[in-house]
Design a protein around this ligand. Structure first.
Ligand code: RUB
Length: 305
């Protein structure tokens, strides 16, 4: 595998989901080290920063990738080439280990919210939600999953397939049928791509619409996520950028004169979120932000490419 094919796979969504993207991005830094022709420390550091730039341009609404790559590049030992290379490999290992550990912690906490006989509603495809579902099944609970197909890229099919493979009953709905899917649901579990300093959770387009319906039916909505989805740039007054994808993902060869808006994500207002479940525990969005400031201090640096 080459560094540039990882970049291509993230951009084309062969690799999707915030955490998988972050994992692939940090792992690709090892490829960037191996492929670098730099003869000295400053050359290799500059190649790594170029790699970072290429990764960051793939999917704008992915702070988890940015935080993970920044973590690796913040921990470089720049004394000599051997130490520098070792430090990249070591920090990448730390990030992956952290993700593995935190997904288990989140699954332990969130699975408690799934009861025997529960109907769980979810949207899109989140590796975190799948871990929670797996954990609830492991605990011997019997429950059903309702999920939406997630146009235009149909990541909901990935979720439906993975849930069915676990032997858990799953009912699959078109996005516009979410009201039916939610009416009989007991809990909404969604992932997160980003969390802003105002406590807004950014997740796949449709998420806020479904959270509004859930509120109407009095169904709790939990966003389940690693705390590294927090976007520190929003602290510095920068609006989180919402990724807008190609028009032809929605309608190939659409007739002339039609402008297609293909927003990939939307912001879910903190008032619609019952709690954010992360490795730090379950918190209301505003309190979660306070916890982030305590636990992830290193993130709070204004960075430029
Ligand atoms: C995926 C998506 C997922 C989050 C969380 O969007 O919205 O809910 O990324 O996933 P896309 P995870 O398919 O456009 O990448 O829990 O795996 O980080």
């Amino acid at each position: 595998m080459e560094f540039k094919s990882v970049v291509r796979d993230i951009k084309s969504m062969k690799v999707q989901g915030a955490e998988r993207i972050a994992r692939a991005a940090v792992e690709s830094l090892k490829l960037a080290v191996k492929e670098s022709k730099a003869k000295n420390v400053s050359g290799l550091v500059s190649d790594l920063h170029h790699a970072k730039k290429m990764l960051f341009l793939t999917r704008p609404t992915e702070p988890c990738m940015r935080n993970s790559v920044n973590y690796v590049l913040d921990n470089l030992q720049t004394d000599d080439m051997v130490e520098l290379k070792k430090s990249v490999f070591f920090a990448v290992g730390e990030v992956i280990e952290r993700f593995d550990k935190n997904q288990k912690i989140i699954a332990q906490i969130a699975s408690k919210k799934i009861k025997n006989g529960s109907v769980v509603f979810t949207h899109c495809h989140s590796s975190t939600i799948l871990e929670i579902i797996k954990e609830a099944k492991k605990q011997g609970k019997k429950f059903e999953v309702h999920n939406t197909e997630t146009r235009p890229r149909f990541q909901g099919r990935i979720t439906a397939k993975e849930v069915a493979q676990l032997g858990i009953p799953v009912r699959h709905f078109v996005d516009a049928a979410a009201r039916y899917a939610l009416k009989s649901a007991d809990i909404v579990l969604i992932g997160a791509d980003s969390i802003t300093t105002e406590g807004k959770v950014i997740n796949k387009i449709g998420s806020e619409l479904f959270a509004e319906i859930a509120k109407k039916f009095d169904i709790p909505v939990y966003a389940c996520t690693d705390s590294w989805k927090f976007d520190p740039d929003t602290v510095f007054g920068f609006e989180e950028e919402i990724e807008i994808r190609r028009e032809d993902e929605i309608w190939k060869r659409a007739p002339k004169g039609i402008k297609i808006d293909n927003y990939a994500f939307e912001k879910v207002s903190p008032e619609l979120i019952t709690g954010i479940i992360s490795e730090l525990g379950i918190y209301k969005p505003y309190i979660f932000i306070q916890e982030i400031k305590i636990h992830n201090k290193w993130m709070f640096k204004r960075r430029f490419f």
